[in-house]
Ligand binder design. Structure first.
Ligand code: UN1
Length: 480
């Protein structure tokens, strides 16, 4: 399949054709152009915001059944087209086809979950301190929301930001990641096919300038961003400067502790999934494996064996177990951090060499760097690739201190058969999500998602928590 898509912005329910100076290459085979892409700017964002603003009143005032039905139908369409959408996702982003289809199903389920949430929005009724006065609180839509989404979950993250925004009556201007606009455009097209009124969702494709225009636009009431910590800091500064609501999901340097009492095979399987599935390109990836002395050598040897056997290849090849990096820059970032770790004294237990396959793509060998120390760069900066390090510790207390000793705090995991340590870890890990005997990555869509410290900023995403960001509370007093 080598057909090239011609992408457009979506403004006021229409595909707006534009010049298409950009092109998206298939990371598994860079001879293939997946999409030709427009390059929007301030003018397109202005038009999109005007459309979203005009659509707001009728969308936010519509019966919740109207919003619920659109999301439910869109969810059904996404599920029905899982193969086709999953293939496009895998061609565009590089994750393997089962991962691409799995992510597509997740997007469908998110849409259906929020179809239900649209009907469950509720407030409170309280007696006033003044006799005869009643108080009601309502949750109402915020207004026009700007959504800036990353390339690593090109359908699930647009779904998990758009679905709650729409369920609760907001209208949307979305900028999908420059590397993966085709999958996002397919989702926006499906929402319209499902009956979304014009102007409720508008999408502008482009580079950083589009994101900046969204952050700076006076008529955008709230901005939700997922991406890198450095870009996120700028988004927050811009939004706060004009007093817009802001929500950020950024990096992680997620620890996975393996204690001596862990089952070795299980610990290795959890690390393999957490660190390397989706090519390690997850903000929730287990990038620091903190391993107790007694199991350390066996664990490193067994994980290295598994990684040696892991077949890296084109995303659509059914024998591939891990796809390429999304882009040349991302591939180079992995190799750069591998070099840095080596220079800092890390030992390459497996991987580390450049990988050339028959098809020209941005492949990276899964790499495990052993014998690292907490203060090394490799243990403090996010790589966002199939690269994990191991740290040797003597005790649970030392493991916990190392786990908590970084600037990030998204997800933290422990593999142990000790209830005492598992419960202690759940309480004391400085992370927004803790995982006991599970990988740090791979989360459910109906519960809150988010981190502490430099990983997140603002209200939690997903599940019942999503209404915190995508609604605002009104308090109404009345006397008879
Ligand atoms: C997951 O691990 O299932 O960008 C989801 C990311 C996160 C999502 C991770 N926002 O990697």
């Amino acid at each position: 399949m080598t057909d090239t898509l011609e992408l457009s912005h979506w403004i006021n329910g229409e595909k707006v054709s534009a010049d298409r100076p950009g092109q998206g290459l298939n990371p598994s085979d860079t001879r293939e152009v997946v999409a030709r892409t427009p390059d929007g700017g301030v003018a397109e964002v202005d038009q999109a915001v005007a459309a979203a603003k005009a659509a707001f009143e009728s969308w936010s005032e519509a019966s919740p059944e109207v919003r619920s039905d659109v999301l439910d139908r869109a969810g059904t369409l996404v599920m029905e087209r899982r193969e086709q959408l999953g293939r496009l996702l895998s061609r565009e982003e590089g994750k393997t086809l089962p991962e691409g289809i799995g992510e597509t199903v997740r997007a469908g389920r998110i849409l259906k979950y929020f179809a239900g949430e649209a009907l469950r929005l509720h407030g409170q009724n309280l007696a006033s301190t003044r006799p005869g006065v009643e108080i009601q609180t309502y949750r109402q839509a915020v207004g026009v929301v700007g959504l800036i989404t990353p390339w690593n979950f090109p359908i699930a993250i647009p779904a998990w930001k758009m679905a709650p925004a729409l369920a609760f009556g907001n209208t949307v201007v979305i900028k999908p990641a420059g590397l993966t606009p085709a999958t996002a455009e397919a989702l926006v097209a499906i929402l319209h096919e499902a009956g979304l009124p014009k102007g409720v969702v508008n999408m502008i494709i482009g580079r950083g300038g589009v994101g900046q225009a969204i952050v700076d636009h006076k008529d955008i009431d709230a901005v939700s961003f997922t991406g890198s910590q450095s870009v996120g800091a700028g988004v927050a500064a811009g939004a706060v400067a004009r007093q817009a609501r802001v929500q950020l999901e950024m990096g992680g340097k997620n620890p996975l502790i393996v204690l001596d009492d862990a089952d070795l095979e299980r610990a290795v399987a959890i690390a393999l999934d957490g660190s390397f599935f989706a090519t390690g390109q997850r903000c929730t990836a287990s990038s620091r494996l903190i391993v107790q002395d007694g199991i350390h050598d066996k664990f490193v040897a067994a994980l290295a064996e598994k990684l040696k056997a892991l077949k890296v290849g084109p995303a659509l090849d059914p024998t591939s177990q891990m796809g390429p990096a999304v882009s040349e820059a991302q591939m180079e970032t992995s190799y750069r951090y591998i070099d840095i770790a080596k220079n800092e004294g890390g030992r390459i237990a497996v991987g580390g060499e450049r990988l050339t396959l028959e098809t020209p793509g941005w492949y990276v060998q899964p790499t495990l760097i052993a014998d690292t120390a907490p203060d090394m760069k490799i243990n403090n900066e996010e790589v966002f690739g199939p690269v994990a390090s191991t740290l040797r510790v003597k005790s649970y207390e030392e493991a916990l201190a190392v786990a908590n000793g970084v600037e990030f705090g998204l997800s933290a995991g422990i593999v142990t058969s000790s209830l005492k340590h598992a419960r202690d870890f759940q309480r004391r890990a400085r992370a927004g999500m803790t995982m006991v005997n599970l990988p740090t990555a791979g989360v459910d869509y109906h519960v809150p998602f988010g981190g502490t410290k430099k990983s997140s900023y603002g209200a939690r995403e997903q599940g019942f928590a999503a209404q915190e960001f995508f609604t605002q509370t009104k308090t109404s007093y009345s006397a008879g």
